[in-house]
Write a protein that binds this ligand. Structure first.
Ligand SMILES: [Zn+2]
Ligand SMILES: [Zn+2]
Length: 381
């Protein structure tokens, strides 16, 4: 119901007197009274019933001086909340709706996050997703191009919304300022409330002769490319804000909204990420594990030589300090953790098996710490 103009529901003009409202209500109520439609089809009865309810509602508001005043000033049935929008705002006028939402939603179509600042007629904020390769995550990337749709001022009318200069008139309600202040007497005394003018949505202008290209909206959707520089070490769902790269404002003298670039990251085939540390599982042979070895292992910064000590067990972790990702906040690097996994050969020839059997025989008296420990525990159970 809030969408329809209450005066037009009653078939009268704004500024009608109390008597005019009353007689208009009587005439309309008679016209749509359910009794008159008792013998009509169901759809006609339903339609008349809806009309009748609208007429009732319009009269309820316009017949109540306080409700009428709010409606006349704001074009909605609830006064704006002077204590700021959003969250647990205390609203002395009752009602939970955000009376500015209609005004703002006219500007924010599609994927834009609407900001809650009541008097901000800046352009819409926009969000775009950006997928980073693992290399970009490791080293960051300068001036990466992102292309997205945003609203810009119509090039045909220059953002006036009108075909000609004469097609734009100053809004008479706010005298072209776009801001409208009203004083309302409340339980807490007189309260001044300033908000975007309800007649012109804060633009200060009324368009009489709309531009064909933008249909008087002043803005058109345009494909735009912005450049974003990304620090190393970003993670999924982190956001980079590009100020002023969002949509243009339909109101003169208001800046563009912001562009929020929401990061998603590609996984590495090799590295497992833990915050700024990296990890991988490094397989070695039983011979390397038993005898020790020096090997070159990959890091994101290139190959590094590590020493595998003699007697290395599966699960042993070798840490390369500072070879992880750069933490963009602390500017320090995380570590690379190399977890050793001893691989037991599984496809041996007859001759190879015999070599191992021979070795097994010759190494009978080798001490195995973990096996001894386990057997001790098991015997006590
Ligand atoms: Zn105005
Ligand atoms: Zn235009």
């Amino acid at each position: 119901m809030a969408d329809k103009d209450l005066y037009s529901i009653l078939g009268i003009q704004k500024g009608a007197t109390a008597d005019e409202i009353k007689s208009a209500y009587r005439a309309k109520a008679k016209e749509f009274h359910p009794d008159k439609f008792a013998n009509k089809s169901e759809s006609e009865r339903k339609a008349a019933e809806e009309k009748f309810k609208e007429v009732q509602h319009a009269y309820d508001v316009l017949n109540d001086p306080q409700k009428k005043e709010i409606y006349d000033q704001y074009g909605t049935e609830e006064a704006p909340n002077p204590f700021g929008g959003g969250g647990s705002g205390f609203n002395p006028f009752g009602g939970s709706g955000d009376p500015f939402s209609d005004i703002f939603s006219m500007f924010s179509e599609g994927f834009g996050g609407r900001r809650q600042r009541q008097q901000d007629l800046s352009g819409d904020d926009l969000k775009v997703g950006l997928k980073l390769s693992f290399k970009d995550v490791c080293f960051g990337v300068q001036n990466k191009e992102i292309t997205y749709n945003r609203k810009e001022r119509c090039p045909v009318c220059g953002g006036t919304g009108a075909k000609s200069v004469a097609g734009v008139a100053k809004c008479s309600k706010c005298n072209g300022s776009g801001q409208y202040t009203r004083v309302q007497n409340t339980l807490f005394g007189a309260m001044r409330q300033t908000g975007p003018c309800p007649d012109c949505n804060g633009t200060g202008e009324v368009i009489k002769d709309p531009c064909q290209n933008c249909k008087g909206r002043k803005l058109v959707t345009v494909k735009h490319t912005a450049k974003v520089s990304i620090p190393a070490g970003l993670n999924n769902d982190q956001t980079i804000t590009l100020r002023g790269e969002g949509s243009a404002s339909a109101s003169k003298n208001y800046p563009n909204g912001n562009l929020y670039v929401v990061i998603s990251t590609e996984q590495s085939n090799l590295y497992i990420r833990d915050e700024f540390d990296l990890l991988y599982i490094y397989p070695i042979t039983i011979f390397q594990a038993a005898l020790g070895d020096k090997v070159k292992v990959p890091t994101i910064y290139g190959l590094e030589e590590i020493t595998i000590p003699a007697g290395t067990q599966s699960g042993y972790v070798i840490t390369l300090k500072g070879k992880g990702l750069n933490n963009f906040r602390t500017k320090k690097n995380g570590d690379l953790k190399i977890q050793i996994n001893v691989e037991v050969p599984s496809s041996l020839s007859f001759a190879q098996k015999n070599v191992l059997k021979d070795a097994q025989e010759k190494m009978k008296d080798v001490k195995y710490d973990a096996i001894d420990k386990f057997n001790k525990k098991a015997s006590k159970e």
